[in-house]
Structures are given as structure tokens and as C-alpha cells.
Design a protein around this ligand. Structure first.
Ligand SMILES: NC(=O)C[C@H](N)C(=O)O
Length: 311
């Protein structure tokens, strides 16, 4: 069953004209993560690679293509967690680097802290030699159009976002049984300046524990934080639920208790996995035993052979 990588490209409603790009994007991220695992690489390297690929794809709400805050600026959040040590690293409100997920990993590896924010995170990035990019280079025509549309006095950015999300994330188990997760986002459409969502909060945007499994989440951040969705799902797994049942239980609780919609990718230490969502759609892909799995709507599950050759 091992190794395995599962990725998501955000829960919500993916407009028809973007659904192919979104599926192609998650499939290429799963291939990227699997290439690392197949070569004997670690689950941490695999999830960071998969999420970096998605951050670099302007189709998703992470890295270039992030949604904009009320002032029309990009503010990104990201987290990684290592299931062997329970170490984690996160950044919030970063605006001038292309791959927040790689900075989150540096926070985990090179500092004694779990999360750095805004200007302090930028200073740390500079000290680590992470190349700076102009915040404008992360803004796409599409994200600018959605921002402008949601400035209208009668606009409902939260509801509007529930229909178009695009946070990205990955979970993986490597051939040594080590488990990791990574999640990255531009947050919620037209959010207040300085708003920090669920993504960089341990137990909400993600959690990984070699003894239980890992989860990466997407959805309405304020709802996800209220139920600490990632940890809640792992709690159900600890209680003996399967990866799939635990994921559904966590999402159902978030829906009934706080009317929150979202989605998750989850794995257990044996390499069993699930991609589940309460929203209309979530683009997801998984790679395991030379097979690529992917889907977009509930119940959809396509497979394709990876054939053992170069990915
Ligand atoms: N699209 C998302 O998943 C949004 C993210 N969870 C946030 O609230 O920041």
C-alpha cells in the first residue's frame, strides 16, 4: 500500500471553464509528489513538492492566483506538519514569496517556533535567502476581477467564495511509514486585512501523526477552526473509524454544528486514503502503486496507470 500521496485543489464550486485546468493541476501535483516517494524520498519532501506545484499554478487559490483581501492585496497562509516528530511550521499573511509552503517548512526546520507572520515572516525568508517576488506578480487577472466584483455594496464575498475555492493541500505516507501534511492558501475572498484563517493553525488546516494518520483541509476557515477539523477527523480515526468514515464524520459535524462546508484529504499509517467533501466539488488526486486516482464531483473516481515509467 505504501507509499501514497493525496492532494486537493480546494473545496467549493469550480466553474466549468476551470474544471479541466483544476483536474490537470491536481493530477500533475500528485505525480510530482509520487515521483519523490517512488524514488525513496520522504513524505515531507513529497507534500512540499506537490503543494509547490499547486502554488505555482495560477488556477488555484494559493501562491500566484491567491484571492485578494479587501484592499486588493495578496496575504497567504501555509502549514506543514511532520508526523514522526509532531513538529510543524507555518506562516501567515505573507505577500512577497512565490511558495509560502517552502517558507513554512523552513520555519519548522530552522526556528524554534511554529508560526511566523507578516513582516517577521518576510524578514525570516530574506535571512534564509528565499527569493522575493513582487506582490503584484502573484495577482492574476481572474483574482483581480473577483475582488472588484465583490467590492459592490450588495456583494456577499463569503457566500461567493463558498462557490469558488481553491486552497491546496497534500498528505503522504512514505515507504518508511512516515506521514506528513501540507496546506497553502490565499484565504477567503475580500477578507479583512490581517485576517488569519484555519490553514496555518495546527489541527485546523492540517495535522499529521505517524500513530494515527494525516489530514489537510479546505473550506470556510472560520468554520474549520471552530471544530478543529483536521484533529477532529484524526480523533475519529483513533476511535477506530476508517479514514473515509472519520473524514465524513468530521465534515458532517462541521456542517450540522456550524453550517460550514469544506473538504479534506486523509491517510492512515497503512496507506489507506480518502478524498471527501461536503461542498459541491473538490478537485483531488492520489497516486499509489503505480496508479493515479482523481475526481471532482462526489462519487467521481477515475483511474489511470502510471505504468512504472517516468511521470
Ligand atoms: N479556500 C479555502 O479553503 C479557504 C481557507 N480554508 C481559509 O479560510 O483561509
Amino acid at each position: 500500500m505504501l507509499p501514497i500521496v493525496v492532494v486537493h485543489g480546494g473545496a467549493g464550486h469550480i466553474p466549468k471553464d476551470r474544471s479541466e485546468m483544476s483536474t490537470a493541476g491536481v493530477c500533475s501535483a500528485a505525480r510530482g509528489g509520487y515521483t519523490i516517494l517512488r524514488g525513496g524520498g520522504s513524505s515531507m519532501d513529497a507534500v512540499v513538492e506537490a503543494v509547490s506545484i499547486l502554488e505555482n499554478n495560477p488556477c488555484f487559490n494559493a501562491g500566484c492566483g491567491s484571492v485578494l483581501n479587501i484592499k486588493g492585496e495578496v496575504e497567504m497562509d501555509a502549514i506543514v506538519m511532520d508526523g514522526l516528530t509532531l513538529g510543524s511550521g507555518a506562516v501567515s499573511a505573507v505577500c512577497n514569496i512565490a511558495n509560502p509552503i517552502q517558507l513554512a517548512r523552513l520555519v519548522m526546520d530552522k526556528t524554534s517556533h511554529s508560526c511566523l507572520t507578516a513582516e517577521g515572516a518576510s524578514q525570516f525568508a530574506r535571512s534564509m535567502g528565499v527569493p522575493e517576488v513582487s506582490p503584484e506578480s502573484l495577482i492574476t487577472e481572474y483574482s483581480h476581477m473577483r475582488w472588484a466584483k465583490n467590492l459592490a455594496p450588495d456583494a456577499k464575498p463569503v457566500e461567493s467564495q463558498m462557490w469558488k475555492m481553491g486552497t491546496v493541500g497534500a498528505v503522504a505516507v512514505d515507504s518508511e511509514g512516515n506521514i506528513a501534511c501540507a496546506t497553502s492558501t490565499g484565504g477567503m475572498l475580500n477578507k479583512m486585512e490581517g485576517r488569519v484563517g484555519d490553514t496555518p493553525c495546527i489541527g485546523s488546516g492540517g495535522y499529521a501523526d505517524n500513530q494515527v494518520g494525516a489530514v489537510s483541509t479546505t473550506g470556510h476557515g472560520e468554520a474549520i477552526m471552530k471544530v478543529t477539523l483536521a484533529r477532529l477527523i484524526l480523533f475519529h480515526m483513533e476511535q477506530g473509524q476508517s479514514v473515509e468514515a472519520a473524514s465524513d464524520l468530521g465534515l458532517a459535524y462541521m456542517k450540522s454544528r456550524v453550517s460550514g462546508l469544506g473538504g479534506v484529504v486523509s491517510v492512515d499509517p497503512q496507506g489507506r486514503w480518502a478524498a471527501r467533501f461536503s461542498s459541491l466539488q473538490m478537485s483531488w488526486a492520489a497516486a499509489q502503486t503505480e496508479t493515479l486516482h482523481y475526481g471532482l464531483y462526489a462519487g467521481e473516481h477515475f483511474t489511470q496507470s502510471l505504468g512504472g515509467g517516468p511521470l
